[in-house]
Design a protein around this ligand. Structure first.
Ligand code: ARG
Length: 622
């Protein structure tokens, strides 16, 4: 990106054709840099296939990263066998034979080192070490570049979205962590992202909260009410609502006043209650470094009457004992867009939200990061929105990114020992404390300054909570365990952070700073003679294609798996290949292997970018 931009400014200054050529050249270089091996290989196989079967329409060719010593693998021969059959060929050859024909037709290239036919007809490929070396060097010179995307999209991500006056719970924690990471990835590849916090700030519960506020803090209009514990406040008002008929009536009047917007004092009371929750949410967002724009259910309130009217005019609304409901094809349960008392619902606000996000927000893609328990709700909303033509599924993509539950170590719903729901702040504070204990147990306090200790503590505590969440396939439930998260052996943030600090320790030991090391990349080639060097080099250049896949499937654990693979491959390399050689007697450095230091640096660069996308703050000392 940067080189292209620099190029264009130079061209503009020169204002001549030579300048324009320089831009083109820079951009091409950059694109070359961003083109993954997977894309290059796919193109190559496509050429081999059309050389082998010029008439045949095979469709898209699939190339996957391979396993166990195979770099990449394609099942195109199976697809060809199928295409031959559908095109009327009577006895098409076996996929293995087809694979052999395609393999022979791979044009001369600088990608494929060797290829074999494996299994029922896979074409398995090893890539050329010089290509790997060149791509690693490119990363060192140009920085780690994001993969190329077809075009820039306007993406709206609806995540976190807790409810006012109710505690933000572990489910919201998952949405917050996954949503933030997805946003970071989308932004990194160049999309225009709007991060929306669809908080639950509207609904009948506000009647009792407002009525209770007025009774308890009569001066609420002049002094900010000192509601310390909104949970407790909620419980008190609920109790009164259930037990005092007179209170219940006032609560009801306040809801009506709030919804009609007729009474500014009621509106103010509502605002004050929301502010209390907002402050609590903000504490969590600051701890976890989360950025969000608040656009809660109340934002869509003014649009709801029109939405209901519009749905009625389109003939989609039915009357069900006074309720206005919308049925969608193949579903027995309808959406309720207006209750019999005229009030609107969660369904109405989500219908209004789709319409607004597509029509006003110009979204090409809307992603809802909400627990899988709401899968059916979103299925109905998307289907009804399609019926109502609030979006065109050909042009706009709506995704519900669901996720499983957070469980306690007893594999049951996550609760405190006394059976209460766990407060997120308490949970995160426990993480800080446990991280500090762990660092002290390892004697780190004797080596690190107080500031370094605190940075390490936060990196470990919040990094481990985020990574534990992101590294589990999101659709599964996962067990929340600080013991596991803080283990420095398994697939944990701590393990990754240690691998990263190890690379940094090498620079310190060699007395080289990273900037000047990177400058040497244009003159010092990256040598990949040792098997562990080659393995590491191949892993480094897979970052972009992994990110590509992670974003296509919206599964952050794929990027985590990659990070773990990179860290273990780096550790193997580190154990097997000396970067710095010391004299056994004197301990003095006798030689520094620059090529290997460059491999360390490329690893650290990719890790830095990976950490950023996962929302983990790395530290150079730990
Ligand atoms: N506030 C809701 C809850 O806590 C989540 C909202 C998700 N977003 C949406 N557009 N419905 O369950």
């Amino acid at each position: 990106m940067c080189v292209a931009r620099c190029g264009s400014s130079v061209a503009a200054q020169r204002g001549d054709s030579e300048g324009a050529r320089a831009v083109l050249y820079d951009q091409r270089l950059m694109e070359d840099d961003r083109k993954t091996v997977l894309i290059r290989l796919t193109k190559l196989l496509e050429r081999a296939i059309s050389a082998s079967y010029p008439e045949l329409d095979v469709g898209t060719v699939s190339v996957q990263p391979g396993k166990k010593g195979v770099d990449y693998q394609s099942n195109c021969a199976m697809a060809i066998a199928k295409a031959l059959k559908t095109s009327g060929v009577k006895d098409p050859p076996q996929p293995r034979e087809i694979a052999e024909i395609v393999r022979k037709n791979i044009p001369p290239n600088d990608i494929v080192e060797s290829s074999q036919i494996t299994g029922p007809g896979f074409i398995s490929v090893q890539i050329k070490p010089p290509l790997v070396s060149r791509l690693v060097t490119q990363r060192l010179i140009n920085g780690v570049q994001p993969p190329l995307v077809d075009r820039q999209l306007r993406v709206i991500v609806d995540f976190s979205s807790p409810n006012i006056a109710k505690e933000m719970h572990v489910g919201h924690l998952r949405s917050t962590i996954i949503g933030e990471s997805i946003c970071r990835m989308l932004e990194y590849v160049g999309h225009d992202v709007l991060r929306l916090n669809h908080i639950g700030d509207w609904g009948t519960q506000f009647g009792m909260l407002i009525a209770h506020l007025k009774d308890k803090f009569p001066n609420y209009l002049s002094e900010s009410p000192p509601i310390g514990d909104l949970q407790k406040f909620y419980k008190e008002s609920k109790k009164r609502f259930d037990e005092e008929p007179e209170f219940k009536k006032r609560a009801y009047d306040d809801v009506v006043a709030l919804q009609r917007g007729t009474n500014p004092d009621v509106r103010k009371a509502w605002q004050l209650i929301c502010d209390v929750s907002r402050k609590e949410f903000q504490i969590i967002y600051e701890m976890l470094d989360i950025t969000l724009v608040e656009r809660g259910e109340s934002f869509y309130q003014p649009m709801m009457p029109d939405v209901v009217k519009d749905l009625q005019e389109k003939g989609l609304v039915q009357n069900d004992e006074g309720r206005k409901v919308v049925f969608v094809p193949n579903e027995t349960v309808p959406l309720t867009v207006e209750k019999s008392d005229g009030g609107f619902t969660y369904d109405t606000s989500d219908m209004a939200a789709v319409k607004h996000r597509v029509e006003e927000g110009k979204a090409d893609w809307v992603i809802y990061v909400v627990d899988s328990g709401q899968a059916h709700h979103f299925k109905l909303i998307f289907s009804a929105a399609k019926e109502a033509k609030y979006y065109d599924p050909v042009k706009v993509r709506l995704d519900h990114v669901g996720f499983g539950l957070v469980l306690g170590e007893d594999k049951k719903k996550f609760k405190t020992r006394s059976g209460d729901t766990v407060r997120l702040v308490d949970l995160l504070n426990e993480g800080l404390q446990r991280a500090m204990e762990k660092l002290k147990a390892k004697g780190r306090d004797k080596e690190l300054s107080a500031d370094e200790m605190e940075a390490a503590q936060r990196a470990v505590a919040f990094g481990c909570v985020k990574y534990a969440d992101l590294s589990h396939c999101r659709i599964n439930d996962y067990v929340f365990s600080y013991d596991k998260m803080l283990d420095d052996r398994g697939n944990t943030a701590v393990y990754l952070l240690y691998a990263y600090t190890r690379a940094n320790a090498i620079y310190r030991l060699a007395g080289i700073d990273r900037d000047s090391l990177r400058k040497e990349a244009s003159s010092v080639p990256v040598v990949l003679d040792h098997p562990k060097e080659l393995k590491l080099g191949k892993c480094i250049i897979q970052f972009q294609e992994t990110l590509d896949r992670t974003l296509k499937e919206l599964y952050p654990h794929l990027l985590c798996e990659y990070m773990y693979e990179l860290a273990t491959t780096f550790t193997e390399f580190y154990d097997a290949c000396y970067c710095i050689e010391k004299d056994k007697e004197t301990g003095k450095i006798v030689s520094i292997n620059k090529s290997r230091l460059l491999l360390c640096e490329a690893t650290a660069m990719v890790m830095t970018q990976g950490f950023q996308l996962l929302g983990i703050k790395p530290v150079t000392k730990m």
